[in-house]
Design a protein around this ligand. Sequence first.
Ligand SMILES: Cc1cc2nc3c(=O)[nH]c(=O)nc-3n(C[C@H](O)[C@H](O)[C@H](O)COP(=O)(O)OP(=O)(O)OC[C@H]3O[C@@H](n4cnc5c(N)ncnc54)[C@H](O)[C@@H]3O)c2cc1C
Length: 422
Amino acid sequence: MHRRSVLKAALAASALGCLTPRQARAAAPARVVVIGGGYGGATVARYLRSWSRGAVDVTLVEPDAAFVSCPLSNLVVAGYRQMADITLSYDALGRSHGVRHVRDTAIAIDAAKRTVRLARGATLPYDRLVLSPGVEMQTSAIPGLAMPGGEQVVHAWKAGPQTETLHRQLAAMRDGGTFAITIPLAPYRCPPGPYERACLVADYLKQHKPRGKVLILDANPDITSKGALFRQVWESRYKGMIEYRPQHETVDIDPATRTIKFDVQDDERADVVNLLPPQRAGAIAVSAGLATANGRWCEVDFLTMASQVAPEIHVLGDAVQIAPLMPKSGTMANQHGKVAAAAILQLLAGRAPDPTPVYTNTCYSFTSATEAIHIASVHRYDAAEKTMLTVPGSGGLSTSPSELEGRYGVAWARSIWADMLG
Ligand SMILES: Cc1cc2nc3c(=O)[nH]c(=O)nc-3n(C[C@H](O)[C@H](O)[C@H](O)COP(=O)(O)OP(=O)(O)OC[C@H]3O[C@@H](n4cnc5c(N)ncnc54)[C@H](O)[C@@H]3O)c2cc1C
């Protein structure tokens, strides 16, 4: 029997729970390679293995030894959590689910030959490829970052060493100093994240450097998420400490004097500059020619998360050109991962994917060490529009911050980590 037919038969039988051990041995397993072990990639890897009952061979290419979560990382910036609290092992993905973790970086994709080349020289063949490489910071858009001292101006928008650097810079800032955070034009990773960070930095300053200030320099015309709630918190809890300036698009910085330059307004100097550069899909997606929306984001078919230009390559998470009101969030990347896993198994078995997938999103933002607010939405596939549309009357928003929501926020993180990493 042809390899594809064997695969189809094996997957169809496996999905029905009737794959005999003999059939399983006879069928060469379908090979799925997943690039990137973050919220999207780890989820799709885990669910491809679980839902195929081990019939699909899954290799996860991820250079890092452990997963480090961006959600909750703003608490680390403010000193309320340690890096160890947001760092999780990939071991259970292998031990409990049989995902093979290759610690390497994908550097090239040959879609015709269906292979991925890795930085250390290996080549991996695949039947289906999934990319969830997150975002690339477009640092070249801010020339000063390449000048001497530019490395001291961090974004900390990928949790890791920069998260700790930013905390150290905050801790070293003089009382009476200004902590500036710059926000690029949307779309960018985690719309409410910068405003959450501003709250937590202000909370830290209130306790340790009460004369300190937080300056939010936003390229957007207004707060991009949970605007009324953030304003309410800034007015009630951090009055006089947080200043918000919309329509301030950062175009450059002088690292020596920490002077920020804008497209229109006068320069601004700060003691600590937390500069979030413009972003686009992770480099491997761009170099593979998948970033079809302005060379920045990857357009996909939301039924399967398959690229619109390479149907056997699926793209998840922040790298995707979003549907209306769909945020670039960890919850959403996790949902992309599940929809893609289900669709890939259907396609490998020669069946049509679910015609009406539903994606849900919940995003918590901490407004202090213990209190949080949330926003939730539900998105359903619309066959006429060929995109995801929010379900009328669905979703929700907090009325005010609370400690109960703070506990929910931590519980959300723990449960999504368990869901994606096993
Ligand atoms: C401060 C902050 C707070 C946030 N808070 C929340 C929150 O409360 N709730 C929420 O839902 N979301 C939140 N987010 C957003 C969330 O972190 C992202 O939306 C999510 O990480 C996107 O998942 P992803 O799989 O696309 O990318 P990531 O999770 O970033 O994973 C990408 C992975 O790909 C790997 N990779 C990249 N290129 C390659 C390559 N060539 N080869 C191999 N591996 C590669 C990287 O090493 C990385 O591990 C927050 C983000 C930030 C910055």
